[in-house]
Design a protein around this ligand. Structure first.
Ligand code: MG
Length: 227
């Protein structure tokens, strides 16, 4: 087998972040007297996405993203809020969400018998640990690297330097990253000098960032990696 070490993204790779986010936003909107509608959800997601893109480009900090997003959103609804306080409430709701993506638990269980698995995720440490624990996925991983704990984030090379410094006897040519995001997982893997597997269930166009391999279903991983 070519690979020994597998680096896994979490959200929308092994956990269903869409479901987690939907449930949390619905609860949060309702707490402010707003019914969840497709328009409101879209409005929030546009604001949130724009802020995270600025973060990935190093223009703003993670704290700015999470402490400003709800203030900006509720402003579009004509509601003034204490944005950081709303963020805390949202995070409580997010902590509850840990729906598996497909049967990722069975796939990880199988992979963990053959490879060393690690988590590489951008996000809030407490939230990610809790969700992996509640989803019963934590035992499959030898270690978990959340961007908040590293001081960097995917796709920064410094983030991956931090990760590689903490994996015993790791070799880059035996390591591959598996994730759904071209701009954080695949670009990050490329900057780190490792192979990349793009999980692309919706068959999106990859554009300029070309992964080593592309898969549509997690079930493809085992036969692919055992070559
Ligand atoms: Mg992801």
């Amino acid at each position: 087998m070519k690979y020994k070490t597998l680096l896994f993204d979490v959200d929308d790779t092994i956990l269903d972040f869409q479901d987690t986010e939907d449930q949390a936003l619905k609860a949060l909107f309702e707490a402010h007297g707003l019914e969840m509608t497709p328009e409101r959800k879209q409005s929030y997601q546009t604001i949130n996405h724009d802020l995270w893109q600025q973060f990935e480009q190093g223009k703003i900090t993670r704290d700015q993203v999470i402490n400003e997003r709800f203030g900006l959103f509720f402003e579009t609804q004509g509601i003034q809020v204490d944005s950081p306080a709303v963020e805390l409430a949202y995070r409580e709701f997010l902590n509850e969400g840990h729906k598996l993506l497909d049967n990722s638990d069975e796939i990880l269980a199988e992979l963990a018998q053959h490879f060393d698995l690690y988590v590489v995720t951008n996000g809030v440490s407490e939230t990610q640990y809790r969700r992996l624990e509640d989803a019963k996925l934590k035992p499959y991983f030898r270690d978990i690297f959340v961007s908040e704990d590293t001081g960097y984030q995917k796709p920064m090379k410094e983030y991956f330097d931090y990760v590689f410094a903490r994996i015993p006897n790791v070799k880059k040519q035996e390591t591959v990253i598996i994730g759904d995001s071209l701009t954080s997982d695949i670009l990050g893997g490329q900057l780190a000098g490792i192979d990349t597997i793009w999980f692309n269930p919706k068959k999106k166009n990859s554009g300029e960032i070309q992964p080593t391999v592309e898969i549509e279903r997690l079930q493809q991983l085992l036969p692919l990696l055992q070559h």
